[in-house]
Design a protein around this ligand. Sequence first.
Ligand code: ATP
Ligand code: MG
Length: 444
Amino acid sequence: MTGSTTRLRPRDRDAILSALRTGVVPRAGFQHIQVGRAAEITAMSADVDRIADGGSSVRFVIGEYGAGKTFFLNLVRSIAAERKLVTTSADLTPDRRLHASGGQARSLYAELMRNMSTRSSPEGGALAGIVERFITSAVKEAAATGSTPAAVISGKLDVLSEGVGGYDFAQVVTAYWRGHDTGDDVLKNAAVRWLRGEYATRTDARAALGVRTIVDDANFYDQLKLMAGFVRLAGYTGLLVCLDEMVNLYKLAHTGARNSNYEQVLRIVNDCLQGSVAGLGVCFGGTPELLMDTRRGLYSYEALRSRLAENSFAVGGLVDFSGPVLRLAGLTPEDMYVLLERLRTVFAAGDPQAYLVPDEALVAFMEHCSQRIGDAYFRTPRNTIKEFVNLLSVLEQNPGADWRDLIGSVDVRVEENPDLEPLAPEAEAAAEADSDDELASFRM
Ligand SMILES: Nc1ncnc2c1ncn2[C@@H]1O[C@H](COP(=O)(O)OP(=O)(O)OP(=O)(O)O)[C@@H](O)[C@H]1O
Ligand SMILES: [Mg+2]
């Protein structure tokens, strides 16, 4: 999937370049710049196959700040989409967490639902189409078997009713069917809103759909499992969920709040490692501190530490991808060279005649960066990529300029990792308030 020799549409080219220039991972077309990671991709492809076969998987994609975690998660999503999984991802933030009592877990859920993608809707927003697909396939099946759609639908949804909250989930999908059947778009929309976790109160949900529950902080993960079951009923092979920026849990100041989040992580790890959930994969993205810090990281939670402990023989370049922790090594200088080649190609929209610089310039650029910041230029490539794209931009717009004159003035810097700065006081206060609520609810 190199794509390096294919012509690029100007729109795709511009989207890739503007993402890279601002330091973010391009959403679409990142295959055009992808380098390295062959072994990691093989490991993840096997996981995706397992999920698609009705199994499960959990991975912690661990890498230094800027090492390529988000890029890798996107790559895994595209592999999963090829295997007909539904995929989604969300960044954790102070307002989006796995466990909370002030709406932050529901908020994370809602974000995941908004970002649901399939191969035909890679940009997110796929949920409504998935529900529609479930209904239309049930209608077809009913026609083929001489049954009624209602009977087929309720037969299929029976499987979900066994899970926690499954009864209401099934009710909501059935309400969608009623809306579909009677041309009631308001009802259909209400059902989709419910599934997206957008109802804030039970009263509203009850009035609109006749169900007693909503997606809320307390049932985040149960709902996710139901959704994994549902996408399979709709004809997909499973659900892959990527949770990035997990360092936000590490940053929670209050031990109680942090531990209740880690407890959710543990539930997910246990389910996915034991295979007690079908068709669900979860990939967490985080920095080494998040994993290994014994005071505030995942290792501070004893049960997680024992499950996530890495193979002590896998050191010094040896790897073991059989455990849940997948370490992303930095890119190599060779990867970086290929990456610069790819960037040059993207810039030229795939046309070798339009290259703005010769190979020699790629080498000179790497040497320059290496002198400026040492190894960091390929281990955390964001700034290197940014500056290279900027260089090509200047050359493109100033046909008289010579790359030799420009390279010397490229100002590439080591990335500062802002991630570990303490939470703002308000956020911290909110976290503590939460955790007090949590304590109260434990005592009930
Ligand atoms: N395998 C790769 N091939 C090509 N480019 C890559 C690859 N991995 C990462 N990049 C590029 O490197 C830069 C940094 O990657 P990314 O944002 O994924 O890092 P990260 O580990 O998620 O960083 P952070 O810790 O800030 O979240 C991005 O511009 C991305 O496009
Ligand atoms: Mg990232």
